[in-house]
Design a protein. Structure first.
Length: 285
């Protein structure tokens, strides 16, 4: 059902159509953001401790080792089955009503991920880790989605759980690049648009404070630099596709959920029986 109080204005709709993204400041209040941060901490502890307990790296976890030997968690995907609260937020009218207006269709959840960019306070040994930093390439999301035949008009909602100053590696966008797809090629950190297609020195940082939501088109070119702030830069991202296409239920994230849930259950049983004591605690900020 339409939710009038969360409707975008004609000016906001025109801005999104022109630039391919829109920031909604203070969409979520401080108590909600505090709860999301607590869930982010709990999920991080579950994934790292279960990996350590079972001696295998969860395929939900993307983490990196920097040149100085320190470690940083880049993202965890998927997360909704690990957190009922984060799953609830994915259906919040503050997200869905603007998406309905932009799409002209009912939004259907396609995937969700929590981009942490979170430095770890102490090194964790005994698990495989990539010797790369936590930056993301200059890309659009549909370059990844196209392999599963998703439509180009997917929209994402990025909720800032932390403030995003320039040194934190905020989302960086190239306004107006959502009008058509630009071809990509593989690089060491994923897929990247050709440097002759956009000016890599251009674009703008999205310095969105905690509680803000950024809506952006799947064809919008964006990236982020490495986080040099020493603090987490957590952004909860939900992506929805229009119901005019039938893509099935949880096609993109479902296989990872099914693969990892038995291991997470095994870990929780070890803890319940007193056979394993969690060793990692997320630093509270």
């Amino acid at each position: 059902m339409p939710t009038p109080e969360y409707r975008l204005t004609p000016e906001q709709l025109e801005q999104f159509q022109r630039e391919g993204y829109l920031v909604l400041p203070s969409a979520f209040h401080a108590e909600e953001i505090a709860r999301m941060r607590a869930e982010a901490d709990r999920v991080l502890e579950l994934i790292l401790n279960s990996s350590l307990a079972l001696g295998r790296l969860s395929t939900r976890l993307d983490w990196r080792q920097l040149d100085d030997g320190s470690q940083i968690v880049r993202k965890i995907q998927p997360v909704n089955d690990l957190s009922p609260y984060l799953a609830e937020i994915s259906h919040d009218p503050r997200l869905l009503q603007p998406l309905r207006q932009i799409m002209g269709h009912e939004p259907i959840l396609m995937e969700e991920k929590l981009n942490y960019k979170q430095p770890l306070p102490v090194r964790i040994e005994g698990l495989p880790i990539h010797p790369l930093d936590d930056r993301f390439p200059v890309h659009n999301d549909w370059a990844y989605y196209r392999s599963q035949n998703y439509p180009q008009d997917i929209l994402s909602s990025a909720i800032s759980l932390d403030n995003c100053p320039p040194e934190s590696g905020p989302i960086h966008v190239w306004p107006g690049t959502h009008r058509h797809h630009l071809e990509h090629h593989p690089v060491d950190i994923g897929l990247q648009v050709s440097p002759d297609a956009v000016d890599f020195a251009g674009g703008v940082d999205i310095l969105a404070p905690a509680g803000s939501v950024m809506l952006f088109h799947a064809l919008l070119i964006h990236n982020s630099r490495a986080n040099r702030s020493g603090r987490p830069r957590r952004i909860m991202i939900y992506s929805h596709y229009p119901d005019r296409v039938d893509m099935g239920h949880d096609v993109r994230n479902g296989p990872t959920r099914l693969r990892e849930q038995p291991y997470e259950q095994q870990y929780q049983e070890l803890v319940a029986r007193g056979e394993y004591a969690p060793t990692f605690t997320a630093p509270r900020t």
